[in-house]
Design a protein. Structure first.
Length: 180
């Protein structure tokens, strides 16, 4: 397996760090892979820039930060502008087509999906956007199995959140399937 180098970005309150923790945790706990996760964010609790790196591999990871991601998630225009130049040639950029207008990069695979709008229409809870993004991300990359994320969600969240999280996860996968 090639190493997956994810750079997940957006603004505080969008669940970027939670998304990264779920992704790395599922890889380690349920796929028996090696993974590291790191994060950085602005001083604001909500609204500031947020970035989280996840590396998933079958072999030793020598450096825990992502310098050249092969997968970028950008949930704000600021994040897309700041991190798209770091994306490896041929890399994947997943973004919300209603929130982000990324610059056109000829050597990247740009995948825009109306995730926030669909989450609000079908799930009705804005705080599940990150779970929807995770469903789309897993479907597009195949980095880990959907069942692993489902187990991670069940372990990490109280039962009151399970139905909404599972609906958002499946919605993300459903939106991404036509692009695979």
């Amino acid at each position: 397996m090639e190493k997956y180098r994810f750079l997940l970005s957006g603004s505080g309150g969008q669940g970027v760090i939670t998304m990264a923790i779920l992704l790395a945790g599922a890889a380690v706990l349920y796929e028996k892979r090696i993974a590291v996760q790191s994060q950085s964010y602005g001083p604001e609790a909500r609204g500031g820039a947020t970035r989280s790196d996840v590396i998933i591999s079958d072999s030793e990871i020598l450096f825990p930060k992502v310098t050249q991601p092969n997968v970028l998630v950008a949930l704000t225009n600021e994040a897309a502008g700041k991190y798209m130049p770091l994306l490896r040639p041929g890399g994947l950029c997943l973004y919300d087509s209603d929130l982000v207008q990324p610059s056109q990069r000829l050597d990247a695979d740009l995948k825009g999906l109306p995730m926030y709008r669909k989450v609000m229409e079908k799930v009705g809870k804005a705080n599940t956007l990150n779970i929807c993004v995770l469903g789309a991300l897993i479907t597009l990359t195949g980095a880990i199995r959907m069942e692993s994320i489902q187990k991670m969600l069940a372990d990490r969240f109280r039962p009151a959140f399970h139905a909404a999280n599972n609906a958002a996860l499946e919605l993300g996968a459903e939106l991404a399937r036509p692009l695979v």
